[in-house]
Design a protein around this ligand. Sequence first.
Ligand code: MG
Length: 274
Amino acid sequence: MRTVLPSVTVCLLVIMAGCATQPEAQQAAQKGEKIQYVQVGTDRWLIHDVNRPAPSVITPGTASTETQAGTAPSDAVVLFDGTDVSKWTSGKGGPAKWIVRDGYMEAVKDSGPVKTKQTFGSCQLHVEFATPSRVTGSSQGRGNSGVFLMDTYEVQVLDSYDNKTYPDGQCAALYGQAVPLVNACRKPGEWQSYDVILHRPIFKGKKVVRKATFTVFHNGVLVQDHVELQGGTGWKGPHAISDYEPHADKLPIQLQDHGNPVRFRNIWIRELAD
Ligand code: MG
């Protein structure tokens, strides 16, 4: 009897977990060894259970160099590979008017933003950018652009290399809301990268019931650490930004035309579960 009861207990727990019976678990229980489970949503898995679903296999991308853009992971949606802007439109919906040359696209003053045709919500986004090597202007007038997720929430692009501005509007800021943890800017003209993880806001009627969270790496350095946005990032005046306003579950990625010829390359995205 002393050996039967633990076996029955293990079998019941395994059946409850929805996974196959594991002789090793039964043997461990019979020996009086500790057996642990982990709860994942509605599933319950035996620790080190070989029957637990394994993740899908993908091929990672390659890293970029100063002269050569890298490649995207095999399960990413490539938004710009340096050849054309066919996956983008202008801000008003017509053809994107930014210049494409030498493997990058460049903002054209007064042409407006460009937006992806495809829409996205929660995601992992990779973007590379270079502010102009010929430095002109100061503060918000130097190398300004922006990566807007969900067409709404701006990760600021700015030449913040030896360029003082308000910290919640410098490069890698969540505009108006969150100052980056460090200033990880490279020199003007050099290629830089953002890797952004967004979990989108969820709305119920006019209310936000789960706020957006952002994690951002700038040139591989963590600069926004799971920051919960308290509202929008839209400029509303010298000391004001927008509030949360209900919107669709998926919206385009937008790159901003702020009048400066900022360049972009190697843009890819992976959709995430909410
Ligand atoms: Mg901007």
